[in-house]
Design a protein around this ligand. Structure first.
Ligand code: AHR
Length: 510
């Protein structure tokens, strides 16, 4: 059975410019992400530039990723940046206590991270250690990275072969400080935030953006109590908090990343779409304290979290990535675009080999996941003006009973067939959408209000099997289709959406 679903795009209903940073990424020292996902070392037989894998850089460069958060995650509040500078043979071996007690040789440190960011064109976002670090250590890291003049720290950076400062704008003041970042309560963290933030200086020519560690998903009290404490200390008036970062993982459904049935599919997508509630809820609480929205909302960790693949290290969070995960990514990015007035930066967890990754690497091979292709498909939205897209409800499935098994509010879990977002840049309309149903094809009837879209190019990410994924032997099982030209018939464009597919429709407005 094919369903027709009307989607209306209202060009005059402008939401806000989509911050390019909502397509951000996250890379933690965890499992096989940094070693060997990024770093193989200069002497490795795997082709590399300054120790960084060429295949990974070549795969990521075309995406022009806007920002990369590093070194954690939980790892950040255990990381001492001085361990990762200077000659590699003198760097200390540490234990990665959060992630499987793995050896941490510190061969990939601040300089290597900046090299990697420059190779792929991403802006660096450093997460500093609050849980087990000190304000002095934080201040010195900032000065080491950002000071262009003469000081012992800037000279040390130069001696380590970086003449020019690294120009790091984004600084996380801890990570999940309600948990692995020190098990603090919100008032305690607010006090620590103020103390650490005092020492985050803007060195000449480089402004900084301080990110406070926000709530886990639906934890509204963390947010309210954090901002309440800042307000009582008059800190809210000093403009010292630029960002507040919530985390939300939609988790998993079914047996594993690749073994699930149709109900599991719908359950996971419903949980992914719950991101909308996280954003609305968190922003509403922040608005009480900051109605002018000077403090930006970030979601600097998000994505699917499946059981670890058999044969992979217990602490490594390695998972496969299917067309279902592509739909998770598409739905979530569309939510970010539709709330462009509320979210500033979002970072999917994580870039390579960990959780919902863009790439998987093994030995000297590197493959793109279905999630990679969604980021590729959705690129034109970055920096474009989000306009309202309304999916006129066609109730083709409702998994409220399934969702009731989860911790989330069941009433929020009815999924429409199609979710999407729309934006305009330089007179070109870009509409992206996901057919969330695993078995029902949809004929999308796209109606434009406030202008005309006479013709468009359609690119799809679609598969025959709802479990389809890429492997090292079949790397292109899931890939983007060639662009197809579609002409408007009257006021509408009609576009086929196979079950469980993602599309982009783009064309110049008349
Ligand atoms: O992304 C994996 C972990 O999830 C991060 O280290 C932590 O911040 C979160 O709990």
């Amino acid at each position: 059975m094919q369903t027709v679903q009307k989607v209306v795009v209202s060009l005059n209903d402008v939401i806000e410019t989509i911050s390019p940073y909502v397509h951000g990424q996250f890379a933690e020292h965890l499992g096989e992400l940094v070693y060997p996902g990024v770093w193989v070392g200069e002497d490795s037989p795997i082709p590399n530039t300054k120790g960084i894998r060429n295949d990974v850089v070549e795969a990521l460069k075309p995406l022009a990723l806007p920002v990369l958060r590093w070194p954690g995650g939980c790892f950040a509040d255990n990381y001492h940046w001085r361990d990762g500078i200077g000659p590699r043979k003198h760097r200390p071996m540490r234990v990665n206590v959060h992630w499987g007690m793995a050896p941490e040789p510190n061969h990939f440190g601040t300089h290597e991270f900046i090299d990697f960011c420059r190779m792929i064109g991403a802006e660096p976002y450093l997460a500093a250690n609050v849980g087990s670090g000190s304000p002095l250590e934080f201040q010195e890291w900032v000065e080491y990275c950002n000071f262009a003049g003469r000081s012992a720290l800037a000279d040390q950076r130069r001696a380590n072969s970086a003449k020019d400062p690294f120009k790091v704008q984004f600084w996380g003041v801890g990570n999940e400080n309600w948990g692995c970042g020190g098990n603090m309560n919100p008032e305690q963290y607010a006090d620590e935030f103020c103390r650490f933030r005092t020492y985050l200086f803007n060195y000449p020519g480089q402004s900084t953006f301080a990110v406070a560690a926000g709530a886990a998903g639906t934890d509204g009290p963390w947010t309210a109590r954090f901002f309440e404490r800042l307000a009582r200390n008059y800190w809210d008036r000093r403009g010292m908090v630029q960002g507040f970062a919530a985390h939300y993982y939609c988790g998993t459904a079914g047996k594993s990343a690749t073994e699930y049935n149709e109900q599991d599919w719908i359950e996971l997508l419903a949980k992914a779409h719950f991101m909308e509630n996280i954003i609305l809820g968190q922003r509403a609480i922040m608005d009480v304290y900051d109605p002018a929205r000077k403090v930006k909302l970030l979601v600097d960790e998000w994505g699917a979290w499946h059981p670890i693949e058999p044969g992979k290290p217990a602490g490594g969070l390695y998972q496969q990535n299917t067309i279902r995960d592509a739909c998770v990514a598409a739905l979530t990015l569309d939510v970010f675009h539709n709330h462009a007035d509320k979210v500033y930066m979002c970072n999917i967890a994580q870039l390579i080999n960990v959780l919902q990754s863009l790439l998987l690497v093994e030995g000297d091979r590197c493959i793109k996941t279905p999630t990679y292709h969604v980021f590729d498909l959705y690129r034109p939205h970055r920096g474009a003006q989000a306009v309202r897209l309304v999916s006129c409800a066609q109730e083709i499935h409702n998994n409220s009973q399934e969702a009731a098994k989860t911790a989330w509010s069941p009433s929020r879990h009815s999924l429409q067939a199609v979710h999407g977002s729309a934006s305009v840049k330089d007179g070109v309309l870009c509409v992206t959408a996901c057919n969330t149903h695993p078995t029902t094809p949809v004929e999308l009837e796209l109606e434009i209000h406030g202008g005309k879209l006479p013709a468009a190019k359609v690119v799809r990410l679609a598969t025959k099997d709802i479990h389809a994924h890429n492997t090292f032997d079949r790397a292109d099982e899931v890939k983007l289709s060639r662009a197809q030209n579609v002409q408007a018939k009257g006021r509408f464009l009609r576009i086929e959406m196979p079950p469980g597919s993602v599309i982009r429709v783009m064309g110049p407005l008349a």
